[in-house]
Design a protein around this ligand. Structure first.
Ligand code: FAD
Length: 385
């Protein structure tokens, strides 16, 4: 086919704002923009709501005592307010408040980090030590060794459902959101961007890059700083009131840095994962390869450390990926040399809870408004310099 025949075959469409990637972040950005009446076109290489990125797995943890650092404090407040707003808007309960524990069985680590964060954040917390943890939550068995910070505000979010609601409402408000539409490349032109997606050319004035672990493939400058990491999660049968009343928790043991657990929820069983799992990092670990015995042995060891009564045969398993950024810190903002290109890479395994806040931030940046949160700690400049 000649170039002119090819050009004639291309369908060209023009929108205000294009979004590459409709995982949690792209979906939230699309919803916030649609609410504000912007013309949005978002594309994802896979079917919408797919299980090949970072955002699937039914539920996510939210907590207000944030040991990742006080640079997140303003975002935490915006996130809680955002979930309230989202629940009112859709008439749905996405947030189940379970309370949350950061537990260590050794002197340093997450207990100390959570305690420091709790003291400076002004958020509600209690310290529980030794048998007091097991007395309060009888399903837990830490041999009386644990020290924990309890955060009453913490809980879990029905993340798959919330993202689906945001996409559906964005579409209802006029956003054009398409799955199975991979962007093969993009180009900066004088008044915006041209995206090549299948037999279509999409031109947009502003571009939001929310491609998760694939961001580096689309923006080569980010390739060295965004590192995909394979994760595995599993659900287990855990029947009875002592399991139902468990809080979400993160546990640091002598051998595991951060084993995390969600109580049984809506018939899904008890969910468990190990933060950073087997530390399998790099592009080779983006594609799923299936959950194996070694993956499950790690999770079983975590269960033995704290919930010995749980049957270690999983009901269901899932594989997904973090996009690690330096210091596990989010990267959100405009590209240093191009204020029309917005990058959203808030993963490192802890981004979902901020989804309503990040959607608003992305919409503000794309519409050239000042976001409610100071983005300096998350700037693209910081990681590229
Ligand atoms: C196992 C696990 C547990 C987690 N637990 C928590 C938690 O408890 N609490 C919490 O707050 N956060 C948690 N997180 C983090 C949170 O889920 C992520 O921060 C969030 O899902 C990141 O979303 P995203 O949209 O950036 O990425 P993704 O969901 O990966 O979305 C990127 C999208 O871009 C698309 N894409 C890529 N390239 C192209 C292309 N060329 N063309 C078109 N589309 C493209 C992909 O198909 C994908 O859908 C966890 C993450 C994982 C993996």
């Amino acid at each position: 086919m000649s170039a002119s025949e090819f050009a004639a075959k291309l369908r060209v469409m023009t929108v205000d704002i294009g979004i590459i990637g409709l995982g949690a972040m792209g979906s939230a950005a699309a919803w916030s923009l649609a609410l504000r009446g912007a013309t949005v076109l978002g594309v994802d290489r896979h079917p919408l709501g797919h299980a090949l990125g970072s955002s699937h797995g039914k539920t996510r943890i939210i907590r207000s005592v944030y040991s990742e650092g006080n640079i997140y404090d303003a975002l935490v407040d915006e996130a809680y307010a955002g979930w309230d707003r989202l629940e009112r808007e859709f008439g749905q309960a996405f947030f189940r408040k379970t309370g949350g524990l950061d537990i260590s069985v050794r002197a340093d680590g997450i207990f100390q980090e959570a305690l420091a964060a709790a003291k400076t954040s002004g958020k509600p917390f209690e310290v529980l030590e030794g048998q007091a943890i097991e007395q309060r939550f009888p399903a837990l068995d830490l041999n009386g060794r644990g020290r924990a910070v309890y955060n009453a505000d913490a809980g879990l979010l029905d993340s798959d459902e919330a993202s689906a609601w945001m996409r559906a409402d964005a579409i209802r408000r006029g956003a054009d959101l398409r799955g199975e539409t991979p962007v093969a490349g993009w180009q900066r032109v004088s008044d915006g961007f041209i995206l090549k997606a299948g037999d279509e050319e999409i031109t947009c004035r502003k571009l939001i890059m929310a491609a998760g672990a694939w961001c580096g493939a689309l923006v080569p400058a980010l390739q060295p700083v965004l590192v995909p990491e394979r994760q595995v999660i599993a659900w287990y049968r855990a029947d009875g009131a002592s399991y139902d009343s468990l809080p979400i928790f993160q546990l640091e043991t002598d051998t595991a840095e951060r084993f995390y657990v969600f109580p049984p929820h809506r018939g899904q069983g008890l969910k468990a994962g190990l933060y950073n799992h087997r530390r399998e990092r790099g592009a080779a670990h983006i594609a799923p390869r299936g959950v194996d015995e070694d993956d499950l042995a790690l999770l079983a060891a975590g269960l033995s450390d704290c919930l010995p009564g749980v049957d270690q045969t999983p009901l269901e398993t899932a594989e997904c990926r973090f996009t690690l950024a330096p210091g596990d810190r989010f990267i959100m903002g405009c590209m240093p040399d191009d204020k029309d290109l917005v990058l959203l890479s808030p993963c490192s395994g802890h981004g979902y809870k901020f989804v309503p806040a990040i959607g608003e931030i992305a919409a503000d940046l794309a519409l050239e408004k000042d976001p409610a949160v100071d983005l300096a700690p998350f700037s693209v400049e910081r990681v590229l310099s």
